[in-house]
Design a protein around this ligand. Structure first.
Ligand SMILES: Nc1ncnc2c1ncn2[C@@H]1O[C@H](COP(=O)(O)OP(=O)(O)OP(=O)(O)O)[C@@H](O)[C@H]1O
Ligand SMILES: [Mg+2]
Length: 260
């Protein structure tokens, strides 16, 4: 294994999801999901549009309130009504398809604002941590720029640096490269690969099958709010057992495929 960028190692925590249910009105979107990510493990979540992948991710840090089941993250039971939400969320970094950077703040300020407000770090400490993480995503010289002066790939790398600046023990990615121009996808995937090598626990929703095959320890295929198949990345992607997984992968790996 090659040495990651700047040899930063991370504290890692796992996720344990059991019997997770979530409905919107009468529409049950998650129908009893069991999913474990061990500390330091990388799990890629794949599945068709509407299968509940984003909802599952959003339940992990309680951006959505589950209707049933339990979720344990970093020693917190997030589904416990008494849970300290702020403390729990400090452990969980999230990167979305849309980068959600603050347009009126510089890159450096985007990476310090939550450190100052939530972690109550001094400006000096926050800037030092932000600079380290911008360095880590290859944007050490970009602190003074504004988001609209960056490419999509660079903005997504800032979003990753911002999340890492909170020193999470788990990172959730929801299709982080789907909104990018094809030529900038690789730079973001390469940062994620380095992060995986540094020991970060990662739960990644992605359609990038080559990334999943190469980086994921396990792949979980979801459809219709249930886990249909899971296993080693090479097995699930290379030799899927369930017809629904086979059908999905045929479509993703060959977008011109039509059933006749
Ligand atoms: N806030 C909401 N209110 C009502 N329904 C919702 C809400 N969020 C999601 N849904 C519904 O839940 C289902 C699952 O949505 P979700 O976004 O989790 O799917 P997904 O697997 O992430 O899909 P995609 O690949 O398109 O991102 C969909 O039918 C969606 O319409
Ligand atoms: Mg989604």
């Amino acid at each position: 294994m090659t040495t990651p960028n700047n040899e930063l190692r991370v504290k890692a925590s796992g996720v344990d999801i059991a019997g997770l249910r979530k409905s919107y009105g009468s529409n049950e979107v998650l129908k009893g999901i069991d999913l474990t990510v061990k500390p330091g493990e990388v799990v890629c979540l794949i599945g068709p549009s509407g299968s509940g992948k984003s909802t599952l991710l959003r339940c992990v840090n309680l951006l959505e309130q589950p209707n049933g089941g339990t979720i344990h993250v970093a020693g917190f039971e997030t589904t416990d009504p008494e849970v300290n939400l702020d403390k729990m969320r400090q452990n969980v970094g999230m990167v979305f398809q849309q980068f959600n950077l603050f347009p009126h703040l510089t890159v450096l300020e985007n990476c310090t604002v939550a450190q100052l407000k939530v972690l109550k770090r001094s400006k000096n400490d926050a800037e030092k941590t932000a600079r380290e993480n911008l360095e880590r995503v290859g944007l050490g010289d970009f602190g003074g720029r504004y988001p609209d002066q960056l490419s999509g790939g660079q903005q997504q790398r800032v979003a990753i640096a911002r999340a890492l600046s909170m020193e999470p023990t788990l990172m959730l990615f929801d299709e982080p490269t789907s909104a990018l121009d094809p030529e900038t996808v690789g730079e973001v995937l390469s940062i994620m690969k380095n992060l995986a090598k540094s020991g970060m626990t990662m739960l990644v929703v992605t359609h990038e099958m080559s990334f999943a095959k190469e980086v994921a320890d396990r792949v979980v295929f979801m459809d219709g709010g249930v886990v249909v198949e899971e296993g080693k990345a090479v097995e699930v992607i290379g030799n899927p057992q369930q017809p629904r997984t086979q059908d999905f992968l045929r479509r993703v790996l060959d977008p011109t495929h039509v059933d006749i």
